[in-house]
Design a protein around this ligand. Structure first.
Ligand code: DQA
Length: 145
């Protein structure tokens, strides 16, 4: 099945950006490894990173036309601000998992609230790049059901 990986603003800077918080892997490292793992399990992983909210929203809309079965999303700072991304995900009714590299609950209080968590299948945070692998595993097992 098709699985869409979405990454929000500033995640293009991974590897260089606050490595003590976000780790040393680049987004390309993370995406390439996930594409390979998905392929091994017989799935196709599509990916999109954008610093623009509307690009992510339109990518979510396209996912419906493409028959994407599952979305893995790190909405980055849009987690804490975007009713529009929440509405897009609800609008296409594609199930999704929310993921963060850092443990947002151990950080500033403005990161404790998410506009997506209550409508996500689950939330993974605090495991760095490994969290993306957990998210892929959970997506694959949800698709199998
Ligand atoms: C993040 C956490 C967000 O609070 C932050 O704005 C990000 C990255 C994470 O992956 O830990 O940009 O989503």
């Amino acid at each position: 099945a098709k699985i869409l990986l979405l990454n929000g603003p500033n995640l293009n800077l991974l590897g260089k950006r606050e490595p003590d918080v976000y780790g040393h892997d680049t987004l390309e490292d993370i995406c390439n490894s996930l594409i390979e793992k998905a392929k091994q399990e017989g799935h196709e992983l599509l990916q999109c990173q954008s610093n623009r909210e509307y690009v992510l929203i339109e990518r979510i809309h396209e996912a419906q036309d493409e028959g994407v079965a599952y979305i893995i999303i790190n909405p980055a700072a849009f987690t804490h601000t975007s009713v529009a991304i929440r509405d897009a995900l609800l609008g296409v009714s594609i199930p999704f998992v929310e993921i963060h590299l850092s443990n947002v609950h151990a950080r500033e209080s403005f990161r404790h609230h998410s506009y997506l968590s209550d409508v996500a299948d689950g939330v993974i945070c605090g495991f760095g790049a490994q969290g993306y692998e957990f998210a892929l595993q959970s997506a694959i097992s949800k698709i199998a059901k």
